[in-house]
Ligand binder design. Sequence first.
Ligand code: ZN
Length: 169
Amino acid sequence: MKTVCDFCKTEYTLDAAPTVPVKCAVCGHTWTVPPPPRRSPILVFIAALCALLAALVFAVAVLYQHRVTEIREKPLVAELSDVTMDSDENGVMHFVISGRVVNRSDQIYGVPGLVAISYDSNGNVVARQRFMPSATLLDAGDNVGFMHTLSVPVSNIDRIAVELETQGD
Ligand SMILES: [Zn+2]
């Protein structure tokens, strides 16, 4: 640490703060060297807390931005919530799928058609069936249910996915 003579301003370098008053070698002035400032544990704690909060706010902002971008790109999502079975007039079992289309955005959207995609146990597409939900328009934050019976017999299907129909379909 450094200390300066109050009287003649001569600078001295010390290894540690002396516990007794020091005397200037140049002018003979005597003064007491104050102990070096110590970091208060409370201040260190508060600084760490601030850093943590800043990191959290940053993380939340990144997540929020991600969510905003995601909703802008996909305002509507189709959610498959239930799969049951029903037999037709010949006694063949078919899957009945139900779920909802959710408008996650803050704008009104037209509901596109839905496509139920059936896969076999090898992951190959067995069938793609287009159907419409019961509403054609969805208000912001609203959702509409759907229910549809698949044409392919149960035994041929291993997995079912429901997607919103896009321009390419
Ligand atoms: Zn001095």
